[in-house]
Design a binder for this molecule. Structure first.
Ligand code: AMP
Length: 210
């Protein structure tokens, strides 16, 4: 069984950023479910088009498709995996504990209003995917990526309407996973409004599970 760590939290809580840092530290694969699905949605296949319309509306894609894409995305010889954006439903959580050796679930705690402000100001590079924020992390040149000169765009699902849908889906489906993992003794809650480095250090301070 593959070792797994999960980042749980509302959209905008910084899961992706922290998962990436922890992946670099541990050598585990970082699997960002939203990115995997966005990649699918760019394909002009019937599946790609269906995924695009679901994502753009802020709804969840089917569990079966999620499992299939995870097994395709993970290299057979990977050391371990850091899931970010998975699981999102109770059925996905059951699938996870059955199929992976789950070490920890980090729950990034942030108020809904703060998360929404982060999402509304988020810009991503259309070329390399780097993340910016118009107030908290602006690029040097407005609208242009510092790393590759690509154009910065707002993700379609960061529109106010889609954000509202995503937040609704989080409270309806994902929030209850917190209790599920807490009962298993695997949940560690991390206050997530501090600096990226401070939050990373808090997580590293917990890594004595191996
Ligand atoms: P994210 O970038 O994590 O906000 O994900 C973007 C979108 O991808 C979500 O709004 C959902 O439509 C879809 N998605 C991501 N992860 C999952 C998942 N585990 N299960 C179902 N849909 C997902």
């Amino acid at each position: 069984m593959i070792d797994a760590i999960v980042f749980l939290g509302i959209q905008g809580s910084g899961k992706g950023t922290q998962a990436k840092l922890l992946a670099a530290h541990t050598g585990f694969e970082h699997l960002n479910m939203g990115d995997v699905l966005r990649e699918q949605s760019r394909l002009s296949t019937p599946l790609g088009k269906e995924v695009k319309s679901i994502i753009d509306g802020g709804e969840l894609v089917s569990d079966e498709l999620v499992y299939k894409l995870i097994s395709t995305a993970l290299p057979a010889d990977c050391l371990g995996v850091i899931f970010d954006g998975f699981p999102r439903t109770p059925a996905q959580a059951e699938h996870l504990v059955k199929n992976y050796r789950l070490a920890r679930v980090y729950y990034l705690e942030i108020k809904e209003a703060d998360a929404i402000a982060r999402l509304e100001g988020r810009r991503v590079c259309s070329k390399c995917g780097a993340n910016y924020h118009i107030q908290n992390k602006p690029p040097e040149k407005r609208g242009v990526c510092d790393l590759c000169d690509g154009l910065l765009i707002t993700r379609a699902d960061d529109s106010p309407k889609a954000i509202a849908e995503r937040v609704k889906a989080f409270y309806k489906e994902t929030f209850k996973l917190k209790d599920f993992f807490a009962k298993m003794g695997l949940l560690v809650a991390i206050p997530a409004l501090g600096s990226i480095d401070d939050i990373h250090r808090m997580i590293l301070g917990d890594i004595h599970w191996d």
